[in-house]
Design a protein around this ligand. Structure first.
Ligand code: GLU
Length: 436
């Protein structure tokens, strides 16, 4: 068998959305699995609707997803070749001119059958097809024609694309036949539907790939999610890029439509956040904290990479996206935090004075580890005669502004002595002030 050559052929008329990204991914996975070639072909022949900005967006989206291409083409660079093949069709009597455009003549009798690797056999009677324009009057080629010329010239072995193109395939097969060319294999991937089983809408998943980045989704998670939209491997949900490359093949692609499930994407994202190397996560979190103006870059740098990695490990227990993690990162960064308005019940007078005592002991703590913080908290509670379960919640709210969160001693250790002591004192002072 010939080495696999596949292509992703987006029209740069808008951003890359989930459907396009899945097509790109399936082609990329197929190429990598079979050690073949993944080609990116920008189908910009419709010059009124194509924009350079959309091309940049497509490149950026594929890069973010980690779908690297081996060859790249712009269809507009190939106009001469398209015109040459159009002239050849005309010479063969398969095309004719009318109203300034060049038309492909659909043979009058008979039928054309697509042998699709996923959709099966699809037969169309020629009487159902109309002649089609292949060169517009401005000499630009149309999609169905340029697609055939380029797939042929680029040695494409498998055309893997969305099911919305299945209607085009008989016309394309007729053009191959008229030129005496062998067509590639076709695999039309079933549509992606919204949760209500209607066409995917903006509200459900039809947004751009880079919007997911914006929302704090990891590329690992989106790739995993897209792969599972219409392809499965038993009941394994979490699959790495390497596993996908090893396992993906066309026979595993479902023949029924896939349903977009936002909850599942968030679940997968959480899974991937948990699997990420803490230092990589710390770097992503640092960027996000600055981008979302949770803190200045200087404050993030003051914390340092090691502490930030430990904070990230705590934040990912509850945070399902990088955005949620960043928005909850404030307590780990230097500076004051806001106490909740309803925390008075925690800061009764004996607790407030104990927080001061604790602050002094924390400042002198020789072993500022989770273990060390636990010892100093227990010791203070004993000495001031308060149960730990009265002191601990007040400490948590004083340092983090929240009643819930990760294990308290690890939280304190990650924050460090300085931040903890300052916030304990500030909480004690505020409690007294609120009481008036
Ligand atoms: N430019 C077409 C699109 O974006 C490509 C279709 C194909 O893969 O042949 O839908």
């Amino acid at each position: 068998m010939d080495p696999v050559r596949v292509r992703f052929a987006p029209s740069p008329t808008g951003y890359l959305h989930v459907g396009g990204a899945r097509t790109a991914l399936f082609n990329w996975l197929y190429a990598r699995h079979h050690k073949g070639t993944f080609i990116l072909r920008i189908e910009d022949t419709d010059r009124t609707r194509s924009t350079d900005e959309a091309i940049e967006q497509i490149f950026a989206s594929l890069r973010w997803l980690g779908l690297d291409w081996d060859e790249v083409y712009r269809q507009t660079d190939r106009f001469d070749r398209h015109r040459e093949v159009a002239a050849e069709l005309r010479r063969r009597g398969a095309a004719y001119e009318s109203e300034g455009a060049l038309w492909f003549r659909v043979p009058p009798g008979g039928a054309t059958t697509v042998h699709d690797l996923l959709a099966g056999e699809v037969t169309v009677q020629h009487t159902e097809l109309k002649d089609l324009v292949i060169l517009r009057s401005d000499l630009t080629p149309t999609y169905n024609f340029a697609c055939v010329v380029d797939d042929h010239d680029m040695g494409i072995t498998h055309v893997i694309r969305g099911a919305e193109h299945l209607n085009n395939t008989p016309k394309q097969l007729l053009i191959y036949k008229a030129l005496g060319w062998l067509p590639p294999a076709f695999a039309h991937v079933p549509l992606i539907l919204g949760p209500d089983r209607t066409k995917l809408s903006k509200r459900h998943g039809a947004g751009s790939v880079l919007d997911y980045d914006e929302r704090g989704i990891l590329p690992e998670a989106l790739v995993n999610f897209l792969a599972r939209l219409g392809w499965s491997h038993g009941d394994q949900e979490v699959l790495s890029r390497d596993e996908l490359v090893a396992l993906f093949d066309l026979p595993g692609v479902n023949t029924a439509a896939a349903v977009f499930d936002e909850e599942k994407l968030l679940w997968l994202n959480h899974e991937w956040l948990r699997r990420l190397d803490p230092y990589r996560l710390a770097d992503l979190l640092a960027e996000r904290i600055v981008a979302r103006r949770v803190a200045e870059r200087a404050a993030v740098e003051a914390v340092g990479r090691e502490k930030l990695a430990r904070a990230a490990v705590l934040l990912r227990e509850r945070g399902k996206t990088l955005v949620e993690m960043a928005d909850r990162a404030r307590p780990y960064l230097p500076g004051a935090i806001d106490l909740p308005a309803d925390a008075q019940d925690l800061f009764v007078p004996e607790v407030a004075s104990s927080l001061r005592e604790l602050a002094t002991r924390v400042e002198g703590l020789a072993d500022p580890t989770a273990h060390g913080f636990e010892a100093v908290l227990r010791g203070t509670a004993d000495d001031v005669g308060l149960p730990l379960k009265a002191l601990a919640p007040a400490v948590r709210v004083a340092v983090s502004g929240s009643r819930v969160g990760p294990g308290l001693f690890e939280l304190l250790a990650v924050m460090g002595k300085e931040i903890v002591a300052a916030r304990l004192r500030a909480a004690a002072a505020e409690a007294e002030e609120r009481r008036g």
